[in-house]
Design a binder for this molecule. Structure first.
Ligand code: G16
Length: 547
């Protein structure tokens, strides 16, 4: 279609997805996220933008319709760049401009991006679209598809997929199959084959050890684990709870609930000591847990996962005699004990970035092997091309001795089981299960690697959360005036204490994090810091109450 005619088509189609006047939304930590009713125009426009991004990069781009851990009534959209990573920051800015342009200015905003990025409008474009199980996701993903078509792009609708599965498809497509086959079956086959190969190194694993309870958060993850289950043969026996047949998405279940509330989800049958895990609403996060004989709940979050994985990799590197630089990337939410253990006992490099996997991913790319996890269970492992090659060479070298060869083969299958595009609950789960089986380690032994400092997370409602500005990887507040000083004074009252506050990029709240020597101290400090936020940053509603 000729360019002028294309713009006419965009205008016509856009009028079917009108923007509510005055509505302003930000591309946040992981895309746009708000009540689903406000998102139709955003989805259409993200269809347009993804098509432009595809024309610009001459590659397939992904658009995932999901609000992940948010409540059922919310929805959102995540844009995926060619290698399966989150869209680059400059285009997040374009996304915000385009989403917020009033109806009559939309075309100008679109043309502005085309001009700034010198986009050749006659270039072919391809967009992959996926969605989670929310009731609103079907019509919103149709709005994305409408946007793609309006500006002359081709689309492929993957329908119901997990977020990491869509990231994986995009990467497979743009690497022409080198990363894998761009189908859901291709994903299952690649991961399950790597898992079975790894599990062969744990011949003494009993049926009890092979059993895992999975809380699917009543979301897409449960459906996808069920589809994959049979390929895992008898190597992993999964009981799925909260599979969406009864309960509400993310309601009193799922990884976010378990991590923040520090208690088991409802809807799960747990036996004493049994290994359980929870996914979030789009299956890009995972946390593990168990209950001991004294009914004490034990959480193994993203920090414990990063420790387990990096210990395993480090041991294999030593056995293989490979000199590769390994680092762990965390955020301010990382428990102080985990950072201490990684730096001082394991002696690995540790980096701290702002919240949001896009930041961690970027930092992890600087190392041969970058293990990145947010404490909330969102993370993966990145291997540099050179590292992958070294592992492969060693695994295929006929002169390698048995011990080194075994380690190299284990590393090779570890590379294959990991979804390197983004954090992936299913892939992480399979890797963790394989590691525990190979090391003959129980969840209790894993938990005992180090002891978490008691901690607490709270949310505070304020009029405009943007009044809080942070620095130093979100560990210090620059504004509003007096807030950081107040936090510093409060922290000094408690032993081994630490606290920070930051505006959420996915919910309309300010998040408060504290840790201290005892749970009572962490809770008291969290309450006091919440009050400081409420008073100094324009709190709304009732004052925060003590826990
Ligand atoms: C998203 C991001 C995560 C982030 C989380 C919470 O997760 O992908 O990196 O930790 O939001 O972010 P915030 O504290 O800014 O609300 P998900 O699983 O909801 O997509």
């Amino acid at each position: 279609m000729e360019v002028m005619a294309q713009f006419q088509e965009v205008l016509k189609q856009s009028s079917l997805h009108p923007k509510p006047a005055g509505l302003v939304l930000q591309y946040g930590t992981a895309g746009f996220r708000t009540n689903a009713k406000q998102l139709d125009h955003v989805m259409f426009r993200m269809g347009l933008l993804a098509t432009l991004r595809s024309k610009k990069t001459k590659a397939t781009i992904g658009v995932m319709v999901t609000a992940s851990h948010n409540p059922e009534e919310d929805n959102g959209v995540k844009l995926i760049d060619p290698m399966g990573e989150m869209v680059t920051p400059a285009w997040e800015g374009y996304a915000t401009q385009l989403a917020n342009a009033e109806q009559e200015d939309m075309l100008t905003a679109l043309k502005d991006i085309i001009e700034k990025e010198t986009i050749n409008m006659s270039q072919e474009a391809n967009v992959f679209v996926g969605r989670d199980t929310r009731c609103s996701s079907l019509s919103l993903s149709q709005a994305v598809l409408d946007g793609v078509t309006a500006v002359g792009g081709h689309s492929k609708d993957y329908g119901l997929v997990t977020t990491p599965q869509l990231h994986y498809m995009v990467c497979c497509q743009n690497t022409e199959g080198k990363y894998g086959e761009a189908t859901v079956e291709g994903y299952y086959n690649k991961l399950s084959q790597a898992f079975i190969r790894l599990a062969k190194n744990a011949p003494n694993c009993t049926d009890d050890q092979k059993h895992l309870c999975v809380d699917g958060a009543n979301g897409i993850g449960a459906l996808k684990v069920r589809e994959m289950e049979s390929l895992l043969k008898t190597e992993l026996q999964i009981s799925i709870f909260n599979d969406g047949t009864k309960g509400k998405l993310n309601y009193q279940c799922g990884a976010d609930f378990v991590k923040v509330q520090q208690k088991p989800p409802t809807g799960i049958l747990m036996n004493t000591g049994e290994r359980c895990c929870s996914f979030d609403g789009d299956a890009d996060r995972i946390v593990y847990y168990y209950v001991d004989s004294e009914e004490q709940f034990h959480l193994l979050d993203g920090d414990k996962i990063a420790t387990l994985i990096s210990t395993f990799l480090k041991e294999l590197l030593t056995q293989a005699g490979l000199d590769l630089k390994i680092a762990v990337v965390q955020t301010a939410y990382a428990n102080g004990s985990s950072t201490d253990y990684l730096e001082n006992t394991m002696k690995v490099i540790v980096r701290c970035t702002k919240t949001g996997v896009k930041h961690l991913h970027h930092a992890a790319q600087e190392f041969d092997i970058g293990v990145y996890f947010e404490a909330n269970g969102h993370g993966t492992v990145l291997f540099s091309k050179a590292a992958e090659q070294k592992i492969q060479q060693l695994a295929n070298d006929p002169n390698t001795d048995d011990e080194r060869k075994r380690a190299a083969l284990l590393l090779q299958n570890t590379v294959n089981i990991i979804n390197q595009t983004v954090g992936d609950a299913i892939s992480d789960m399979l890797l963790i299960e394989a590691i525990l089986a190979i090391k003959g380690m129980t969840v209790q032994q894993w938990d005992a690697i180090y002891t978490d400092l008691p901690n607490r997370q709270l949310k505070v409602k304020v009029l405009d959360r943007r009044v809080i500005d942070t620095t130093d990887a979100e560990r210090r507040a620059l504004s509003p005036p007096g807030l950081q000083e107040a936090i510093d004074t409060l922290v000094k009252k408690y032993r081994k204490a630490r606290s920070f506050v930051r505006p959420s990029g996915t919910e309309d709240v300010v998040r408060v994090y504290t840790e201290a020597e005892t749970q009572e101290s962490a809770d008291a400090l969290a309450h006091e810091v919440s009050l400081a936020v409420y008073r100094l940053a324009g709190g709304v509603g009732d004052e925060p109450k003590s826990l």
